[in-house]
Design a protein around this ligand. Structure first.
Ligand code: TXA
Ligand code: MG
Length: 360
């Protein structure tokens, strides 16, 4: 694999806040990023969810570099990012499901990814051989400016080493991919902190393949009973597993995993039991701010890490991947993490926590 001297360029955060895509496009850093993308190189950049590692979605040679840099399994397809609604037609085969249209209208630009039938212009390398393609229009002015300058749809997985927590800051990308990619644009911390919600919109009802930045409740508000709910999904997911190609190949991989063995505390009485039984040395408890102030003061020799308020799960979401990375710098024997209610973005947080705690 080619070796690079990885450059990080910091983008003025006030320009990002202003959100003026045209003035961002004039920055030399963005023009350089776009040049690299046009040459078939990979570039890391922020989105509102997590940092992405982008490449020209229409060019197999460029796509291969994403898989190489991340060490990503070949059968896990990528999300294609666009900058404007009218770019969708060129990528979708046939006409768009009216349910998809409603969802796009409600949530784009934003952290929702739709899976649709793909046109030929998207090569097999991008979709790992699937006939479908996942598409999203991000709500970050920097991302949209880069896509516009590059002039092509941009395939971008999260910019972490495969198996590591997704990066929410430029330094996470640098830690994972230093020497493996030419450029990282630093746009500060990602706002949402978890990846987009991936939905399959190819049939008469919509299925959530990966919970994420747009919650189940928000989607339900738009399409009501046209959304498969967890119990109902079981059948179709099971069916898809036995099919030749699984529905969402990425779901089968171990993800977001810290090296530190992580265990979930499912409720308050489990926490009390755990504390009574006496925790072994070199253990950390990762607790909500509320539980940390309730139980923390009585604990000696146990490290308590606060993850944010239970009442404001969006704040927990914004910091969870950073927290998992931090955990691994502590050389602990084990850590316990509090389960939070699976409401709103809580569903996506718990999905990631479960993956982080699984040892498969
Ligand atoms: O927020 C996000 O979605 C971030 C930012 C960078 O946009 N991207 C991201 O990409 O999380 P990645 O590659 O880490 O996750 C993509 C997920 C995987 O679970 C993959 O299996 C699924 O989307 N996926 C991609 N194409 C698919 C398809 N055609 N059918 C089903 N699932 C698909
Ligand atoms: Mg990922």
């Amino acid at each position: 694999m080619k070796e690079y001297v990885t450059e990080i360029i910091k983008i003025d955060e006030s320009l990002i806040e202003e959100g003026n895509i045209d003035s961002l496009k004039e920055l030399p850093a963005l023009q350089r990023a776009a040049e690299l993308l046009k040459e078939g190189e990979v570039v890391a950049f922020p989105t509102e969810t997590v940092y992405g590692l982008g490449a020209d979605a229409t060019t197999p040679e460029a796509i291969k570099k994403i898989y190489q840099a991340k060490g990503r399994p070949q059968d896990n397809p990528l999300i294609v990012h666009i900058a404007a609604f009218n770019e969708l037609d060129g990528l979708v085969k046939g006409s768009l499901n009216p349910l998809a249209e409603r969802l796009i209208k409600a949530f784009w630009p934003g952290p929702l990814t739709i899976v649709v039938d793909k046109r030929e212009i998207i090569p097999d390398e991008t979709t790992a051989g699937l006939d479908s393609v996942a598409i999203r229009m991000p709500d970050h002015p920097l991302t949209r400016a880069i896509i516009q300058l590059a002039g092509v749809p941009i395939a971008a997985p999260s910019a972490n080493k495969s198996g590591a927590p997704s990066p929410t800051r430029a330094e996470h990308v640098f830690a994972d991919l230093q020497g493996r990619i030419p450029l990282i644009l630093d746009g500060g911390p990602a706002r949402v902190g978890l990846e987009s919600t991936v939905v399959d919109v190819r049939s008469e009802r919509v299925q959530i393949l990966r919970p994420g930045g747009v919650s189940r409740e928000e989607i339900r508000e738009v399409i009501g009973a046209y959304l498969y709910e967890p119990g109902e999904e079981a059948g179709s997911i099971k069916k898809s597993r036995t099919a030749e190609k699984p529905l969402s190949p990425g779901m089968k991989y171990r993800h977001y995993s810290p090296e530190t063995p992580l265990f979930i505390i499912k409720d308050e009485s489990s926490l009390k039991k755990l504390l009574q039984s006496g925790l072994p040395e070199n253990t950390a408890l990762i607790l909500s701010d509320e539980w940390a102030s309730k139980y923390g003061p009585g604990l000696k020799d146990i490290k308590v890490i606060k993850m944010g308020p239970r009442e404001r799960p969006e704040l927990i979401a914004a910091g969870i991947f950073q927290l998992l990375r931090y955990l691994d710098t502590l050389s602990l024997d084990r850590a316990y993490i509090e389960a939070i209610p699976e409401k709103g973005i809580g569903e996506a947080i718990m999905n990631r926590i479960r993956k982080a705690s699984s040892r498969e």
